[in-house]
Design a protein around this ligand. Structure first.
Ligand SMILES: Cc1ncc(COP(=O)(O)O)c(C=O)c1O
Length: 370
């Protein structure tokens, strides 16, 4: 496998369902793709505008102000008090880092990359690009010998599965036994809803209760796309093991993978402001509170989804049939099969639509149930 073998972008398969949903007389409710719909907060837009004089090359490692802001954010929001600036580095959104990490770590044919059983597709893409073998496995005890890079995603896309401190500690122990880098994609960590996450923050793989006193081999990957409505800025970062961050940095310098200077400034400002993140979370909570009961009433079961940006739902039948039923109600979902072979009967509904559209979806689901 190589970059030449990547399949067509799978979302094309959703087009007929989009057309069917768009024919609804009251219009489509598009819950398929998790692209933010709320405005970028004013404080961040102002910061971007302040930084438009960017005549010199930006720093691949990040400006001192941004690196400090990332370190402070981990201490304040993620319970990770002891990072230094050489543990952190900005990325151009996190999708590029996810797709390129096997390349940046020098992996190749014969190496194994582990990903979740139900997974954001880019983990496998990154492995395919270097010709590595992908193994989809959630249970650390079953992570195979020969694994060089292990991806976990907490809270998960699409299923909202979230790893507790104990789960993470077991994952860290196993990754160390194998000598693998453990990369935890945590981009939905601010969106905890039910179960323990109603009262406590979703833990990071860098949490001292998890690491056993050393960050060796551990990476936390985070993005501002969702928490700060910055998907268009391409604003994200990675933190953890100074040795691995250093290796990745060297490769990124050679490849020219540096976030634009104005975006680095805007990120530093965004990371220091918790207020807009709380306001955004409240918007997502409201939408979730409307959509969730309507799906249950209409006969869906919701699995996982205790945190994150999505509801992961099933009617116990083929996902494409559920896609069709929803399309006839003017609702567009994302099909489970896009996330691997273990989710043939699930669909993913994103909370990224205006409340008025989510309420329209809920009313249609309600009517279909009665
Ligand atoms: C699990 C996960 N990781 C990474 C990303 C990439 O985010 P971005 O490139 O916007 O930072 C996404 C985006 O949807 C995601 O769901």
């Amino acid at each position: 496998m190589s970059v030449r073998d990547l399949a067509d972008y799978p979302w094309d398969a959703v087009t007929p369902f989009r057309e069917r949903a768009a024919a609804h007389p009251d219009g489509i409710v598009d819950l398929a793709i998790g692209s933010p719909v709320d405005p970028t907060p004013e404080i961040i837009r102002r910061a971007l505008a302040e930084a438009t004089d960017a005549h010199s090359y930006p720093q691949t490692v990040g400006t001192p102000a941004l690196r400090e802001a990332i370190v402070e954010w981990y201490a304040r929001r993620r319970g990770v008090p002891d990072l230094r600036v050489d543990n952190v580095m900005p990325t151009i959104g996190s999708k590029e880092l996810v797709a390129l990490l096997p390349t940046l770590l020098g992996l190749g044919a014969g190496d194994i990359v582990v990903q979740p059983r139900v997974a954001y597709p880019t983990y496998a893409v990154g492995a395919q690009v270097v010709g590595a073998t992908v193994v989809s496995e959630d249970d650390p005890a079953l992570w195979p010998e020969g694994a060089k890079l292990i991806w976990i995603n907490t809270p998960g896309n699409p299923d909202g599965r979230t790893w507790t401190v104990e789960d993470l500690a077991a994952g860290v122990r196993r990754a160390r036994e194998l000598g693998a880098v453990l990369a935890s994609d945590e981009c939905y960590a601010e969106l905890g809803w039910d179960g323990p996450w109603a009262t406590e923050p979703v833990p990071s793989v860098l949490d001292p209760r998890v690491t056993g006193g050393t960050r060796a081999g551990l990476l936390s990957v985070y993005s501002l796309s969702k928490q700060s409505n910055l998907a268009g800025y391409r604003a994200a970062f990675v933190a953890g093991c100074a040795r691995v961050v250093g290796e990745v940095l060297t490769a990124r310098k050679h490849l020219g993978l540096m976030p634009p200077a104005p975006v680095q400034h805007a990120m530093a400002v965004a990371l220091r402001d918790d207020e807009h993140v709380a306001a955004q979370k409240a918007l997502y909570r409201r939408r979730r509170d409307v959509l969730r009961p309507a799906l249950l009433e209409a006969g869906f079961r919701i699995d996982g989804s205790e945190a994150g940006l999505y509801l992961w739902a099933t009617e116990g039948r083929d996902a494409w049939e559920s896609m069709g039923r929803l399309a006839d109600l003017g609702i567009l979902a994302g099909p489970g099969p896009f996330y691997g072979e273990h989710s043939a009967q699930h669909i993913r509904l994103s909370l990224t639509a205006p409340l008025e559209r989510v309420e329209a979806a809920a009313a249609r689901l309600h009517a279909s149930a009665s």
